[in-house]
Ligand binder design. Structure first.
Ligand code: HEC
Ligand code: HEC
Ligand code: HEC
Ligand code: HEC
Ligand code: HEC
Ligand code: HEC
Ligand code: HEC
Ligand code: HEC
Ligand code: HEC
Ligand code: HEC
Ligand code: HEC
Ligand code: HEC
Ligand code: HEC
Length: 454
C-alpha cells in the first residue's frame, strides 16, 4: 500500500512538475517583454534588459542563452551566476544573420568583426539597436570637424551619413553607395536631367562633383573650398597668370560672381559654357554707361547698336571676343591686338595688328591699286595716303567707327580731335565719295573718273 501511494504521489508530482514546466515555458515564449523570475531578468538582475525602445529579437524572446550559453551556477545561486565569455562576436552575429556579401570595400570595424562597436546586442533607444543616433554614431570614431564647416550639406546637417555611405560593405571607394556624379544625381535629380541634356559639359563635373564641392561641409557657400575666381584658378593656371599679368583688366572679373558672371560652372548649351549667347552676355552689363578703370565713362553699347544701323562684320556675327579678350589683355580696352589710341600715329604695320588679324594689310601698303581698296581716286590708294605716313599718319579711328555707325563702311559722323568733335561729313557715291572734314576743304574721290582735287 505504502509503495502504491509512493508511486502515485511520484506520478502526481511528476505530472505537476511537467505541467508547471510546460506552462512556464509557454509563458516565456508568448511574452513580448521578458521580465521573468526564472530567467536572467528580474527586478534585481538585469532589470532594464529588454526595456529599450528597440530590443534585439532574441533578447525580446528572453533567449539570453542563445548568445551567452547556459550558466552552470545559475540554479544554485544566481548571485554567483557566470556567463561564458563571448569570444568571437562576429561569428556569433553571423550564426543568426546572413553574412555580409564580400564586396570590394569593407568598413574597417566590420572587417575586424566589431559589430558591437555600433550595435548593442541587447537593445537601444535607436533603430537597429544602434549605439547612437545618426552622425553621432559615426563621430564616435570619425572627426566631427567633417561637418563643422560654415556651410553644411543638407543630408549631413541632419545626420544622414548612411544616405551616401554603406555602414558595412560597398562596391565603391569610401564605402559610397554610388560612384562619382551618380551619387549626387541620386538626390539632385533635376540637375541630373539638365546636365545630361546640356551640349557643353565641364570636364571636372562629368568626372566627379567632389572636384569642387566637399560632400560634407565647407567654408564657402555651396560647400566650395573657394569662391570664383580662386576656385577656377586651382585648375586654370594659365588663366590665372593671364588675368594677373593683364595690363588692362576687365571689371567683369572683379564684380559680382567673377568668372560665374559669364560661365556656368557645370554645363550649358553655348560654347565655352557661357551663361548666355556671347553678345547678349556683353550687353547684359554694357547696356549702360560704365566707369572704366582708367576713369573714362564707357559708351552704352546696347544704345549705340540700336541707334547706329551699320554694324561692323564681327558685330553682325555677334562676336565681341574677336577683338576683345573678356579676361583682360595687354592692350587698352582689353583688345586682342595693337590698335592706336590716338588720332595721329607714325605708321608702322604692327600698331594695326588688331585690324589686320582679319583684313588684308596690303590695304595700307600699296600706294597704287586697282582692287585692294575702294578708298581710291583712280589708282591712288587713299588708305595708303592717309595712314602710311611717318609724320601724322591718320589712324583708322580718324575715319572709321569700330562698332557701328550711321554711314556705310562705318564711317564716323565725327571724331574726337583733342577736345573737339571734328565732323567728317562723308557722302558716298556709286564710284567714290566725298568728305568735308574739319581737316581740309571738301574733297572728292572717284575710282572711275579720277578727281583732280587731290
Ligand atoms: C544576440 C546575442 C546576445 C543576447 C541574446 C544577449 N546578449 Fe548579453 N551580451 C552579448 C554580447 C556580445 C555581449 C558583450 C558586449 C560587448 O563586448 O560589447 C553581452 C554582454 C552582456 C552583459 C555584460 C554587460 C553589458 O551589458 O555589456 C550582460 C550583463 C549581458 N550581456 C546580459 C544579457 C542578458 C541578461 C540577456 C538576456 C536578456 C542577454 N545578455 C542576451 C550578446 C547577447
Ligand atoms: C540567436 C540569433 C541571433 C543572434 C546571435 C543575433 N541576432 Fe540579431 N536578430 C535576431 C532576430 C531574431 C532579429 C529580429 C529579426 C526581425 O525583426 O526581422 C534580429 C535583429 C537584428 C537587428 C535589427 C534588424 C532589423 O532589420 O530590424 C540587428 C541590427 C541585429 N539583429 C544585429 C545583430 C548583431 C550585431 C548581432 C551580434 C552581436 C546579432 N544581431 C546576433 C537574431 C539574432
Ligand atoms: C560602423 C558601424 C556599424 C558596424 C561596425 C556594423 N553596423 Fe550594422 N548597421 C549600422 C548602421 C548605421 C545600420 C543602419 C543602416 C541604415 O539605416 O540603412 C546598420 C544596420 C544593420 C542591420 C539591419 C539592416 C541591414 O543592413 O540588414 C543588421 C542586420 C546589421 N547592421 C548587422 C551588423 C552586423 C552583423 C555587424 C558586424 C558584422 C554590423 N552590423 C556592424 C552600423 C554598423
Ligand atoms: C568603431 C569606430 C567606427 C565607427 C563607429 C565608424 N567608423 Fe568609419 N571607419 C573606421 C575606421 C577605423 C576606418 C578606417 C580608418 C580611416 O580611414 O579613418 C573607417 C573608415 C571609414 C570610411 C572610409 C575612409 C577612407 O578613407 O577610405 C568612411 C567613408 C567611413 N568610415 C564612414 C563611416 C560612417 C558613415 C560611419 C557612421 C555610420 C562610420 N564610419 C562609423 C571606424 C569607424
Ligand atoms: C552627400 C553624400 C554624403 C554624405 C551625406 C556623407 N558623406 Fe562622407 N563622403 C562622401 C563622399 C563623396 C566622400 C569621398 C570624398 C572624396 O573622395 O573626396 C566621403 C568621404 C567620407 C570619409 C572619408 C574621409 C574624407 O573626408 O575623404 C569619411 C570618414 C566620411 N565621408 C564620413 C561621413 C560621415 C561621418 C557622414 C555623416 C556626418 C558623411 N560622411 C556623410 C559623401 C557623403
Ligand atoms: C541623400 C540626398 C543627397 C545626395 C546624395 C546629395 N545631396 Fe546635395 N543636397 C541634398 C539636400 C536635401 C540639399 C538641401 C536642398 C536645399 O536646401 O534646397 C542639398 C544641397 C546641396 C547643395 C547646396 C544647394 C543650395 O542651394 O544651397 C549642393 C552644392 C549640393 N547639395 C551638392 C551635392 C553634391 C556635390 C553631391 C554629391 C557628392 C550631393 N549634393 C549629393 C541632398 C543630397
Ligand atoms: C568646377 C567646379 C564644380 C564642379 C566639378 C561641380 N560644381 Fe556644383 N557648383 C560649382 C559652383 C562654382 C557653384 C556655385 C554657382 C553659383 O554661385 O551660381 C555650384 C553650385 C552647385 C549647386 C547649387 C546651385 C545650383 O546650381 O543648383 C548644386 C546643387 C551643385 N553645384 C551640384 C553639383 C553636382 C551634383 C556636381 C557634379 C555633377 C557639381 N555640382 C560639380 C562648381 C562646381
Ligand atoms: C578641378 C579642375 C577644374 C576646376 C576647379 C575648374 N575647371 Fe574649368 N576645366 C577643367 C578641365 C579639365 C577642362 C577641360 C579642358 C580641356 O578639355 O582641354 C576645363 C574647361 C573649362 C572651360 C572650357 C574650355 C574649352 O576650351 O572648352 C571653361 C570656360 C572653364 N573650364 C571655366 C572654368 C570656370 C569658370 C571655373 C570656376 C568656376 C573652372 N573652370 C574650374 C578643369 C577645371
Ligand atoms: C565677361 C565674361 C567672361 C568672364 C567674366 C570670364 N570669361 Fe572666360 N570666357 C568668356 C568668353 C566669351 C569666352 C570665349 C571666347 C574666348 O575664347 O576667349 C571665354 C573662354 C574661357 C575659357 C576657354 C578658352 C580660353 O580662353 O582658354 C576658359 C578656360 C575661361 N574662359 C575661363 C574663365 C575663368 C577662369 C574666368 C574667371 C577668372 C573667366 N573665364 C571669366 C567670357 C568670360
Ligand atoms: C558682369 C558685367 C560685365 C560683363 C558681362 C561684361 N563687362 Fe565689360 N566691363 C564691365 C565693367 C564693370 C567694366 C568697367 C571696369 C573696367 O574698366 O574694366 C567693363 C569694361 C569693359 C571694357 C573697357 C575696359 C577698359 O578698362 O579699358 C571693354 C572693352 C569691355 N568691358 C568689353 C566687354 C565685352 C566685349 C564683354 C563680353 C565678352 C563684356 N565687356 C562683358 C562689366 C562687364
Ligand atoms: C572689330 C573689333 C571690335 C569688335 C568686334 C568689338 N569691339 Fe569693342 N572696341 C574695339 C576697339 C578698337 C575699341 C576702342 C575704341 C576707341 O577707343 O576708339 C573698343 C572699345 C569698346 C568699349 C569701350 C567704349 C568706350 O566708350 O570707350 C566697349 C565697352 C566695347 N568696345 C564693347 C564691345 C562689345 C560689347 C562688343 C560686342 C558687341 C565689341 N566691343 C566688339 C573693337 C571692337
Ligand atoms: C575679327 C575680325 C575683324 C577684325 C579684328 C576687324 N574687322 Fe573689319 N570687318 C570684319 C568683317 C567680317 C567685315 C565684313 C566684311 C564684309 O561684309 O564683306 C568687316 C568690315 C569692315 C569694314 C567695312 C567693309 C565693308 O565692305 O562694309 C571696315 C571699314 C572695317 N571692317 C574696318 C576695320 C577696322 C578699322 C578694324 C580695326 C579696328 C577692323 N575692321 C577689325 C572683320 C574684322
Ligand atoms: C581718311 C579716312 C580713312 C582712314 C584713316 C581709314 N579708312 Fe578705311 N575707308 C575709308 C573710306 C572712305 C572707305 C570707303 C571706301 C568706299 O567704299 O568708297 C574705307 C573703307 C575701308 C574698308 C572696306 C574695304 C575697302 O578698302 O574698300 C576697310 C576694310 C577699311 N577701310 C579699313 C581701314 C583700316 C584697317 C584703317 C586703318 C589702318 C582704315 N581703314 C583707315 C576711309 C578711311
Amino acid at each position: 500500500m505504502k509503495g502504491r501511494t509512493a508511486i502515485l504521489s511520484f506520478l502526481f508530482i511528476s505530472v505537476f512538475i511537467v505541467a508547471v514546466t510546460i506552462l512556464s515555458q509557454n509563458k516565456t515564449y508568448s511574452q513580448t517583454t521578458p521580465a521573468k523570475a526564472d530567467t536572467c531578468t528580474t527586478s534585481e538582475c538585469h532589470a532594464n534588459m529588454g526595456k529599450d525602445k528597440f530590443v534585439h529579437g532574441p533578447v525580446m524572446a528572453g533567449e539570453c542563452t542563445a548568445c551567452h550559453g547556459e550558466s552552470p551556477k545559475h540554479k544554485d545561486s544566481p548571485s554567483k551566476n557566470k556567463f561564458g565569455a563571448i569570444k568571437d562576436i562576429e561569428k556569433l552575429c553571423y550564426s543568426c544573420h546572413d553574412k555580409f556579401k564580400v564586396k570590394k570595400f569593407i568598413h574597417v570595424p566590420v572587417a575586424s568583426g566589431e559589430c558591437t562597436a555600433c550595435h548593442s546586442p541587447h537593445g537601444s533607444p535607436y533603430k537597429f539597436q544602434l549605439l547612437a543616433e545618426g552622425a553621432k554614431l559615426c563621430f564616435n570614431c570619425h572627426d566631427e570637424k567633417l561637418a563643422s564647416g560654415k556651410f553644411v550639406h543638407g543630408p549631413v546637417a541632419v545626420g544622414g551619413c548612411v544616405a551616401c555611405h554603406e555602414p558595412h560593405v560597398a562596391d565603391n571607394e569610401k564605402n559610397l553607395k554610388a560612384k562619382g556624379p551618380a551619387l549626387c544625381f541620386s538626390c539632385h535629380a533635376d540637375m541630373a536631367e539638365k546636365f545630361q541634356k546640356a551640349k557643353v559639359k565641364h570636364k571636372p563635373v562629368a568626372e566627379n562633383c567632389t572636384n569642387c564641392h566637399n560632400p560634407h561641409s565647407n567654408l564657402k557657400e555651396f560647400m566650395l573650398s573657394d569662391a570664383a575666381p580662386a576656385l577656377c584658378f586651382k585648375c586654370h593656371k594659365e588663366k590665372k597668370e593671364w588675368v594677373e599679368k593683364a595690363a588692362t583688366q576687365h571689371g567683369a572679373l572683379m564684380t559680382g560672381k567673377s568668372c560665374l558672371n559669364c560661365h556656368n560652372p557645370h554645363a550649358s548649351d553655348i560654347a565655352k559654357r557661357l551663361s548666355m549667347a556671347p553678345m547678349d552676355l556683353c550687353l547684359s552689363c554694357h547696356d549702360k554707361q560704365i566707369k572704366a578703370n582708367d576713369g573714362k565713362l564707357l559708351t552704352n553699347m546696347k544704345k549705340l547698336f540700336a541707334e547706329n544701323p551699320d554694324h561692323h562684320g564681327p558685330i553682325k556675327q555677334k562676336d565681341c571676343s574677336g577683338c576683345h579678350d573678356p579676361h583682360g589683355s595687354g592692350h587698352f580696352r582689353i583688345l586682342r591686338g595693337n590698335y592706336p589710341e590716338t588720332f595721329y600715329k607714325s605708321f608702322d604695320l604692327g600698331i594695326y595688328n588688331l585690324c589686320f588679324s582679319c583684313h588684308e594689310k596690303t590695304l595700307v601698303q600699296t600706294p597704287e591699286t586697282t582692287k585692294l581698296t575702294n578708298f581710291r581716286n583712280g589708282e591712288m590708294n587713299l588708305h595708303f595716303k592717309h595712314v602710311n605716313k611717318l609724320e601724322k599718319g591718320r589712324t583708322c579711328r580718324a575715319c572709321h567707327e569700330t562698332h557701328a555707325s550711321k554711314h556705310p563702311k562705318h564711317i564716323r559722323d565725327s571724331v574726337l580731335f583733342g577736345g573737339w568733335e571734328l565732323p567728317l561729313n562723308f557722302q558716298k557715291t556709286d564710284t567714290g565719295g566725298s568728305c568735308a572734314p574739319g581737316c581740309h576743304k571738301l574733297k572728292k574721290y572717284d575710282r572711275v573718273k579720277k578727281e583732280q582735287n587731290l
